[in-house]
Design a protein around this ligand. Structure first.
Ligand code: C2E
Ligand code: CA
Ligand code: CA
Length: 657
């Protein structure tokens, strides 16, 4: 069992580490019952006055006046404490604690002195009783009352009773000495009781304190994003509802919600790692915050998505804010030795113009964001009502695509590509068709981009490739099949594996499979795309540069890449009859291709006139409605079988082998 001494040592050690709030609560216990303070003061003053008057001693008179004065001052200080708006700062606590301490110790000393003087100067039994009972009773009372600040309580106890014990020793009778000793033992007992009460009060208060601190911490955690320290989704939604409720429409006040999504964030994460991704998010948050200042609020919605809310005077101001934010974040971020380009797409909705409820505002900002993304990123779009229809369509297509394969809604058609020299089919392009149960035929130009963004393009391409290879396996061996490869697929590593699997499963040779890729793939010059294309070429596959002329600096690709074929885009062929410039361009491209031993396909030839022009320009092949529309696998098989016997060239080759 701990002794009084060890408890005192523990107390001294724990004093310095006392939490500020706990200490404040303990100090307040000193002042909480001014009534008991007043009772003590009144009883003290009355007994002191009686003792001074009856004894006629000057010393006791001075003592009585002092007791009176100190009592009044203490009550006054308690009233001031309770009325004042004191904070719980450490300085203020110490100040009030000291005030109380001085008053308490002074008062106890005066009662102790009074007991000593009475015991040593008077022989009146009633006076002796009055002085000793007052000192003892007071000391016992404060030991409990002020246990919240044990140093004060122990001081009061000692100062009030020890002079009395001294007085008893001075009296010198065996009985008084015995009583004096009992008083000292009593002091020990009371100190122990006081410390025990302190323990109980202390642990109750600090337990309460801890609980409220934990609750506050949890609340903060639940409302903020750990990485950036910004408001999280939950806090953002609550704030948005509050802000929308307080928009003062009559003063032409508006509230804008800007939904921002970083462009290519996944690539940053995948190539440089999650720590780099985290750094980009943190820096972006700091930049947006710097632009906003106290103009608005920023929250992280999750992933690489942020939501900005701001009071604005007009839609134009909201748009300008969006542009300002985009400019501020579109600066490179350096991570270790790397420099990462950051950009974002922003969708803006403005209340009340685009909605008054938080869900609607968020949805409309998201729809505007979707349009900003569709523009290729790094752009700011303001919500417009027509966007809603587009968005619903996108959703419908996206959800429909999820089941299209399983439900057998896809088919592959084949469009022949004719060799102008022989007039025969050289290869067929596989073109995907989708018959949606509600929407009917949906153009691949519409659903392919959706499949790309929904991450479904891999699965779909694999299916198309299998169908294409299965079909081509039934055609004459000199006829190739070409499959369109979406740029999104070339960013993945598993494309060669998928192709090999398909070739093995369908028994097709690699040389007969041609991959059509668009120029945009080569634009980003990523080393990954480069090595993947080389790998595909090494596997023996043919590469075709599709939609040639729609990208930039097209001719340079021809030099750096060994394409087997280039397809001149439909848009050039459409104009060929009435645009001498287009005809010249085609002529130049064809000459260059010939010098590099690359075949040229004129795509979208619909009329005899167009055919004549592309032939004159020197194109080696044509594809278009003039010769054939895309057809089913069965139709293609039949057409190819009917194209007749092998040509003279083929026979020559056959004889040679
Ligand atoms: P593309 O690769 O340029 O395909 C040629 C498009 O031109 C096809 O449209 C074809 O039907 C059309 N076409 C052919 N001859 C003529 C003509 O004489 N006049 C006109 N006006 N058009 C002609 P389609 O089938 O609607 O495909 C559109 C685009 O969808 C394709 O353009 C291609 O980029 C994409 N696509 C189609 N199937 C697939 C696929 O399986 N995978 C991927 N990734 N994309 C595909
Ligand atoms: Ca194509
Ligand atoms: Ca094309």
């Amino acid at each position: 069992m701990p002794t009084v001494g060890s408890k005192l040592r523990h107390l001294a050690a724990s004093e310095s580490s006392l939490a500020r709030q706990v200490r404040a609560a303990l100090v307040s216990t000193l002042y909480t019952s001014p009534g008991s303070l007043a009772i003590g003061a009144i009883a003290g003053s009355v007994t002191a006055a009686c003792i001074a008057y009856v004894s006629g001693s000057l010393a006791l008179l001075i003592c009585s006046i002092a007791i009176h004065l100190v009592g009044v001052l203490r009550i006054a200080s308690a009233i001031i404490y309770l009325r004042s708006e004191h904070g719980d700062s450490a300085r203020e606590q110490l100040y009030w604690e000291r005030i109380y301490e001085v008053g308490a110790w002074l008062y106890a000393s005066l009662l102790g002195a009074q007991a000593f003087l009475t015991l040593t100067q008077s022989s009146e039994t009633v006076l002796l009783l009055m002085a000793t009972i007052m000192a003892t009773g007071y000391s016992a009372g404060v030991a409990a009352r002020n246990a919240g600040r044990p140093i004060i309580a122990i001081g009061q106890l000692c100062l009030g009773t020890l002079p009395m014990a001294l007085g008893l020793f001075v009296m010198g009778t065996p009985l008084s000495i015995t009583l004096g000793l009992c008083v000292i033992i009593f002091v020990f007992g009371m100190v122990d009781i006081g410390l025990q009460i302190y323990e109980v009060v202390y642990s109750a208060l600090s337990g309460k304190q801890e609980k409220s601190e934990v609750a506050a911490r949890f609340e903060k955690m639940a409302r903020s994003d750990m990485l950036t320290g910004l408001d999280n989704r939950l806090a953002m939604q609550m704030r948005l509802s509050e802000l929308l409720d307080t928009v003062e429409e009559e003063h032409d006040e508006k509230l804008t919600v800007i939904w921002m999504d970083l462009d290519h964030f996944k690539t940053i994460n995948d190539t440089l790692g999650h720590l780099a991704g985290d750094k980009v998010l943190i820096v972006t948050a700091q930049r947006v915050k710097a632009v906003l200042g106290n103009r608005g609020w920023l929250a992280r919605f999750g992933g690489d998505e942020f939501v900005i809310m701001a009071r604005v005077a007009s839609t134009e101001e909201a748009h300008l804010l969006g542009v300002e934010i985009l400019e501020s974040i579109s600066q490179p971020v350096s991570i270790n030795e790397n420099t990462v380009e950051v950009a974002a797409s922003l969708g803006i909705a403005v209340s009340p113009d685009h909605g008054r409820q938080s869900e609607i505002m968020l949805k409309n900002a998201d729809i505007a964001l979707y349009h900003a993304k569709n523009e290729g990123g790094k752009s700011v779009r303001l919500f417009e009502p027509f966007m809603h229809e587009d968005f619903l369509m996108h959703r419908k297509i996206e959800s429909g695509l999820n089941d299209a394969l399983a439900n057998g809604e896809f088919t592959v058609l084949f469009q022949p590509i004719i060799d102008l020299e022989t007039g025969r089919t050289k290869s067929c392009e596989a073109l995907l068709r989708w018959n949606h149960p509600e929407l009917g035929d949906v153009s691949p130009a519409v659903f392919i981009p959706v499949a790309e963004s929904a991450g479904l393009i891999g699965e779909i391409t694999q299916w198309v490739m299998r169908k294409a290879c299965e079909a081509a396996a039934e055609w004459p061996e000199n006829i190739n099949v070409s499959v369109n490869i979406s740029p999104a697929l070339l960013k993945r590593n598993n494309l060669p594996v998928t192709i090999i699997e398909t070739l093995v499963n369908t028994g097709m040779v690699a040389r007969r499979l041609e991959l059509e890729i668009t120029e945009s793939v080569l634009l980003d010059k990523s080393p990954h795309t480069n090595s993947l294309l080389r790998q595909l070429q090494k596997m023996g596959l043919r590469l075709c540069l599709d939609d040639f002329g729609t990208g930039f600096s097209s001719l340079t690709y021809l030099r750096s890449w060994e394409f087997d074929t280039i397809k001149i885009d439909k848009s050039f062929i459409r104009n060929i009859a009435n645009s001498p410039t287009d005809q010249k361009i085609i002529g130049a491209v064809v000459q260059l291709a010939k010098s590099l031993d690359v075949a040229t396909v004129a795509e979208g030839v619909e009329t005899e006139e167009q055919l004549k022009r592309v032939r004159d320009a020197g194109c080696s092949r044509v594809q278009g409605f003039y010769y054939a529309r895309p057809m089913t696998a069965a139709q293609a098989k039949q057409r190819l079988a009917h194209e007749g016997l092998p040509s003279d060239d083929d026979r020559k080759i056959a004889n040679l082998s």
